[in-house]
Design a protein around this ligand. Structure first.
Ligand SMILES: *[C@@H]1O[C@H](CO)[C@@H](O)[C@H](O)[C@H]1NC(C)=O
Length: 245
């Protein structure tokens, strides 16, 4: 009798642990592995602004944000920012309206991480996108979920390998790499007009360059097959200047 009630309480304890482990909300950890300060920007599609829309992240430091279920939105890294005590100011790359606390998206060229939590079948959808260009290496790693939960991100610094015609420079150094669409504005590169479908918009030599630097990122608008990741019940680490894939 005592024995079976012992087994029963163990069963209850397990049920409790299982319940708390798998009902806990999603956690985002933003970490800066760059040798310089990054000012993450965040913009919500559905739900509240996380991290007040933006903040400073010193080299080697990290910050945790807790999105509510069903949250969707994006993160990006801003570089070369100058803000006064009131948060007014701007950044060399990834600049947004609102100063320190973004009220709009980052100005291209900018690398993005995009999330939709609790999508179909309760899956989280996430990707790294270079469709609006590249300013900083960025990656998403799923921690502890179930499903395919692939790593998404960059392995190389594309500012170093950016072709001259796509470079954005500041004080003599390349700080970002424009998308071919932004640089040339043609249907072929922008996937518009007669190139407006997945069938008629193909990779280009430029999108392939982006793909080589960041193999698991969107390099152009219809790059879906290799770029959208899904995971269930996971936390996510978003790394600026990732050193591993
Ligand atoms: C959303 O996903 C989280 C993490 O997977 C889960 O714990 C939560 O129950 C889901 N919420 C809803 C409303 O489906």
């Amino acid at each position: 009798m005592a024995n079976s009630s012992g087994v029963y309480s163990l069963f209850l304890l397990n049920l409790f642990l299982f319940g708390t482990m798998f009902s806990s909300a999603t956690l985002f950890t933003l970490e800066n592995r760059c040798s310089f300060t990054v000012w993450p920007g965040s913009l919500a599609g559905t739900g509240p602004a996380l991290g007040d829309g933006g903040f400073a992240l010193a080299p080697g430091s990290s910050s945790q944000l807790q999105p509510p279920p069903g949250w969707s939105g994006r993160f990006w890294g801003r570089t070369g920012c100058n803000f006064d005590n009131s948060g007014a100011g701007k950044c060399v790359t990834g600049n947004c309206g609102g100063g320190l606390k973004c009220t709009g998206g980052g100005e291209p060229p900018v690398s993005l991480v995009e999330f939709t939590l609790n999508g179909s079948d309760n899956k989280d959808f996430y990707d790294v996108s270079l469709v609006d260009g590249y300013n900083l290496g960025i990656a998403v790693k799923a921690i502890g979920g179930t499903g395919s939960c692939q790593y998404a991100g960059c392995v190389k610094d594309l500012n170093i390998d950016c072709p001259a015609e796509l470079q954005m420079s500041d004080s003599g150094s390349v700080v970002a790499c424009k998308s071919a669409c932004a640089a040339f504005n043609t249907p072929e590169y922008c996937c518009t007009a007669d190139h407006g479908t997945p069938q008629t918009c193909s990779p280009t030599k430029y999108s392939q360059l982006f793909k080589n630097a960041c193999p698991t990122a969107y390099s152009y608008a219809y790059d879906d097959a290799t770029s959208t990741m899904t995971c269930i019940g996971s936390d996510y680490v978003i790394t600026f200047c990732p050193t591993e894939s």
